[in-house]
Design a protein. Structure first.
Length: 353
């Protein structure tokens, strides 16, 4: 069976131009085994790729993604950001997961000039080149603030962007965007500007909202959770557990996770709304959760990472409604994380209980 997934004539990897698949596969072995394995799968006769989910909302699992859908996703990103052939891009994410794989696919399909570095917490250390486009997780961004001037456009995903990081990005020249998506949607299907540079680029977007990429439609189900209709990516509707507020046909505001909602004495509480109110007061990583309580069904608790701190300066009574206020503050030396460095709330809570 003839392979249908050719290499764009302008594609380069680490400065080398490739027109022959065999040459690319041979050289990819010297980069890393995971890159070689992905490219070998990409160019084989199958019309799908097996990808492992991150495990942030349950146990990691293998799913199949159509290669044609991955190509459609790559083209949608290129269209949205105006990233055409010869775009310079840096790949600093693991290609074991969908975000890293899709950086490779975008480069192959759109004809980018892609450089790869090992996935690390400090991806720009030792990097002298400047790039049009890059994708990072928040931890990498936090550790690269002084060097972000080397990146023209940056998408940030994999975990929420903290209040402190948002402030640090505000006046940077780099256009920074948060992404909404998951493995099942082949990375992002919506984008939110995070700083002034990004807002200017989008010509004054709707504040604090995600904007859909091309060919994506959305609705909400009976729970208030997002339903994604992306026919070029998936034939079936994608049902999520993300509580959202629809602004219009192309914009939505993310509220929180349905499976994280706390039931406190019959009152439904979204932890993420409380976290947003507390973010500027708490310097460490933290999250709000519900722990079992016979009287109130669940009690609201504040779980913080690191050594015990004095939070007496936080005006809980002024910034939070009575039922939102934590009944207990718990300090954990180190949060349990997923393989992609997201906080694994469920496992951390199981450890506490």
């Amino acid at each position: 069976m003839k392979n249908r997934f050719a290499i764009h004539k302008d594609f380069t990897l680490n400065g080398c131009n490739y027109t022959e698949i065999d040459a690319l596969l041979t050289d990819s072995k010297s980069i890393s085994n995971e890159v070689f394995l992905f490219l070998n799968d990409w160019f084989d006769a199958a019309d799908f790729i097996k990808v492992e989910t991150s495990g942030s909302t349950g146990k990691p699992k293998l799913i199949q993604l159509k290669k044609s859908a991955m190509i459609a996703s790559a083209k949608a990103t290129g269209t949205y950001f105006g990233l055409s052939k010869k775009t310079s891009a840096l790949l600093c994410l693991s290609t074991n997961y969908i975000a890293g794989k899709m950086m490779l696919v975008r480069a192959l399909v759109l004809g980018w000039h892609l450089d790869m570095v090992n996935s690390s917490a400090h991806p720009l250390d030792g990097i002298k080149n400047s790039y049009d486009f890059c994708a990072m997780v928040p931890m990498q961004v936090q550790n690269s603030l002084a060097q972000l001037k080397q990146i023209k456009m940056l998408i940030i995903g994999g975990a929420p962007v903290s209040f402190n990081l948002m402030n640090a990005l505000e006046n940077l020249e780099t256009s920074c965007f948060a992404t909404y998506g998951m493995t099942e949607t082949i990375t992002h299907i919506a984008i939110k500007p995070l700083n002034l540079s990004a807002q200017k680029w989008r010509n004054n977007p709707i504040s604090n909202c995600f904007e859909l990429l091309p060919n994506i439609n959305i609705s909400i189900d009976y729970r208030g959770c997002l339903v994604i209709d992306a026919p070029k990516i998936c034939k079936e509707l994608i049902l999520t557990n993300d509580l959202v507020k629809l602004i219009d046909t192309t914009h939505f505001e993310w509220i929180g996770r349905f499976d994280c909602v706390i039931n406190s004495g019959g009152v439904k509480i979204s932890p993420e709304l409380i976290e947003a109110k507390l973010a500027k007061y708490i310097p460490c990583r933290f999250f709000i959760a519900g722990l079992k309580n016979d009287y109130l069904t669940q009690k609201v608790v504040l779980v913080c990472e690191g050594e015990t701190q004095d939070f007496s300066h936080i005006p809980f009574g002024e910034i939070l409604k009575k039922y939102e206020q934590p009944k207990e503050i718990i300090f954990v030396k180190k949060f349990i994380e997923t393989a992609t460095q997201k906080i694994n709330r469920n496992e951390t809570l199981n450890f506490l209980e």
